[in-house]
Design a protein around this ligand. Structure first.
Ligand SMILES: *[C@@H]1O[C@H](CO)[C@@H](O)[C@H](O)[C@H]1NC(C)=O
Ligand SMILES: *[C@@H]1O[C@H](CO)[C@@H](O)[C@H](O)[C@H]1NC(C)=O
Ligand SMILES: *[C@@H]1O[C@H](CO)[C@@H](O)[C@H](O)[C@H]1NC(C)=O
Ligand SMILES: *[C@@H]1O[C@H](CO)[C@@H](O)[C@H](O)[C@H]1NC(C)=O
Length: 216
């Protein structure tokens, strides 16, 4: 199999995992209308073209220098690729510079990753604190079960490229360091609820623009 066939196969697997019933073939999102828990309302079907079902945002790597984690995630979800609305799947392109990481994070649904270039250590932590992690090479695939904290680390000496697919049109993305450092909770509360000392909380808030350095 060549690269294109592998990526194609990969993106075709996920839809079969969600046997949801629908009374329409598709519902391309009208992004000008408010989103509901079930997704966006549909745009007028008569205005659809083939281009509505194609996403071209993965051609170039994201800029890994813009992130403190030296990685970039380009997301194809219902907000960027409206045809995904209601279909229960999304995809991302992940670029990780040498020495970079995708920081530990969680989302509402499961994620499957395929490595295309480079060498990464990927893993997740179960609710009983067992860590499952492994060095992944080109074309290796790993699953991160829904809601569990997971991460990727580039351990090679070249940039890493991977694609992931997730079984929600908008999986959400909550990164632990940002959750702790980008919020406006008083520093003392963050310190108390994590056992991080206040200096460490301030360091995270400085990196992630968190506010409210309040000691109660
Ligand atoms: C999106 O919704 C707005 C507001 O109802 C409507 O005016 C517009 O025509 C819709 N767009 C399409 C492409 O259907
Ligand atoms: C990537 O981001 C860095 C830091 O913001 C910037 O200096 C650099 O010009 C950007 N590179 C590209 C190719 O846009
Ligand atoms: C967690 O679950 C795994 C798999 O059942 C088991 O092997 C492991 O001992 C458990 N770990 C803890 C800390 O309970
Ligand atoms: C913090 O704010 C600065 C200035 O507004 C911005 O350039 C930077 O990207 C922000 N950092 C984060 C991690 O959001």
């Amino acid at each position: 199999m060549n690269l294109i066939q592998i990526i194609l196969l990969f993106t075709l697997i996920v839809p079969f995992c969600i046997a949801e019933q629908s009374v329409v073939d598709y519902c391309v999102a009208n992004l000008t209308l408010p989103k509901t828990p079930g997704g966006y309302p549909c745009i007028d079907e008569n205005k659809l073209t083939s281009n509505d079902f194609v996403f071209t945002g993965f051609h170039s790597p994201g800029n890994t220098s813009e992130s403190v984690f030296k990685s970039s995630v380009i997301r194809a979800n219902d907000d960027t690729f409206p045809a995904l609305n209601g279909l229960g799947l999304a995809m991302s392109r992940i670029d990780i510079a040498v020495g970079g990481v995708v920081p530990i994070h969680t989302h509402r649904v499961s994620e499957i990753i395929i490595v295309i270039e480079g060498t990464i250590i990927a893993g997740f932590i179960g609710t009983n604190h067992t860590a499952y992690y492994k060095t992944l090479y080109k074309y290796d695939v790993m699953i991160f079960p829904h809601s569990l904290l997971h991460f990727q680390v580039n351990v090679g000496d070249t940039p890493a490229l991977a694609f992931v697919s997730l079984n929600s049109a908008n999986p959400g993305f909550q990164t632990t360091s940002l959750a702790l450092g980008a919020n406006d909770l008083p520093t003392e509360i963050v310190s108390k609820i994590t056992l991080l000392d206040e200096e460490e909380v301030r360091r995270l808030k400085a990196i992630f623009n968190g506010t409210n350095d309040l000691i109660l």
